[in-house]
Design a protein around this ligand. Structure first.
Ligand code: TRP
Length: 331
């Protein structure tokens, strides 16, 4: 049995990048209720300026979409982070394990902090400590594997360092986890800006396919994707990032290697049409199921309540043990 944990942050609408980079892999991984845990990590949505109503709405939508994408609550544990106190409880102990320097070195922190400062905004302290809370998310469950996008690699590395350090200082307490990445399309790039990830927080939506986009909108976005100068269709991520991204997306949809797919095209037009068709078909069942589920919010809430209860039962003993190991009196 392999314990798996992953999280999705409700800071924007879920995208094709989230789906191909992470969620689809989760669906394939869900097996037994206490093997795979998937969490809407809503506390992580508070590290930058946020609108409470929007976070609430996006959290519910993310949970609904995960179910629509095929996560089966009978076979995995789906829950909301803020419903399980163990995450913040453990986070403090890990703050006492991590150093200021190692958190300031995190690439995502440096990028986001620079952006906030550039915009004349303050940087929330939680933006700096956020990887520690993420480590707590993971370590509270004795997680072995963390299926995430490539951009989260550094945070999982930090989690490993903290687990090892804690164990060395206070005795074996945490399982040391590792990140896993899907072979294809771990990184779907923005259709308008193939140098950057198709993230939910990108400013303009033109290069981002959202899971709930109407088919017509998906087609328009794919047909307007930027391609590169140069002749013919080849798969070359460095020299032809736009075309490579389209081929990677098609590869992820069809299961055929991108280099092989490239041989079948002489021009961008046909490639884009096929990518658009493949993405529309990929997302169709997810959208349909989402509409159904959104019509029954009580059912989704019940799933989340049950998930939180199960998660609490798993995390509680691990975190209690950590409190004792670090020197807190047993209550
Ligand atoms: N940091 C992740 C992201 O931005 C979300 C996340 C939070 C997460 N806690 C996690 C992912 C634990 C995996 C495991 O996408």
């Amino acid at each position: 049995m392999t314990r798996i944990f992953s999280g999705v942050k409700p800071t924007g609408h879920l995208t094709l990048g989230n789906y191909l980079g992470a969620v689809r892999q989760w669906v394939a991984a869900d097996q037994e209720p206490d093997e795979a845990l998937f969490c809407v990590v809503n506390l992580h949505a508070l590290t930058v300026e946020h609108d409470p109503a929007r976070v609430r709405r996006l959290s519910r939508q993310a949970a609904t979409l995960l179910l629509a994408a095929g996560l089966d609550p009978q076979r995995c544990t789906l829950f909301v982070q803020s419903h399980v106190d163990e995450h913040t409880r453990l986070s403090y102990l890990l703050e006492c394990t991590a150093t200021d320097g190692e958190l300031r070195r995190m690439i995502q922190y440096r990028e986001k902090a620079a952006k906030s400062l550039g915009a004349g905004e303050g940087v929330r302290l939680s933006l700096l400590t956020y990887p520690v809370l993420m480590a707590a998310d993971i370590l509270a469950y004795g997680t072995q594997e963390v299926p995430v996008g490539e951009d989260q690699r550094q945070h999982v590395e930090l989690t490993r360092d903290l687990a090892v350090r804690f164990n060395q200082r206070y005795g074996h307490t945490f399982t040391v986890p590792k990140a896993t990445h899907p072979a294809v399309a771990a990184r779907v790039m923005d259709l308008q800006d193939p140098g950057s990830k198709m993230g939910k927080s990108h400013e303009s939506g033109a290069g981002i396919v959202y899971l709930l986009d109407e088919p017509g909108v998906v087609r328009k976005k794919v047909m307007r994707a930027v391609t590169d100068g140069g002749d013919g269709v080849v798969h070359d991520r460095a020299a032809r990032p736009g075309v490579a991204n389209l081929l990677d997306i098609l590869a992820a949809c069809t299961g055929t290697a991108p280099e092989v797919l490239a041989e079948g095209y002489s021009g961008y037009g046909a490639l884009k049409r096929d990518v658009a068709d493949a993405v529309v078909e990929l997302l169709r069942p997810v959208r349909e199921r989402h509409t159904e589920l959104a019509g029954d919010p009580g059912a989704v809430e019940a799933v989340l309540r049950e998930g939180a209860e199960r998660a609490r039962g798993l995390a509680r003993p691990v975190v209690d043990r950590a409190y004792e190991a670090i020197g807190m009196l047993a209550p």
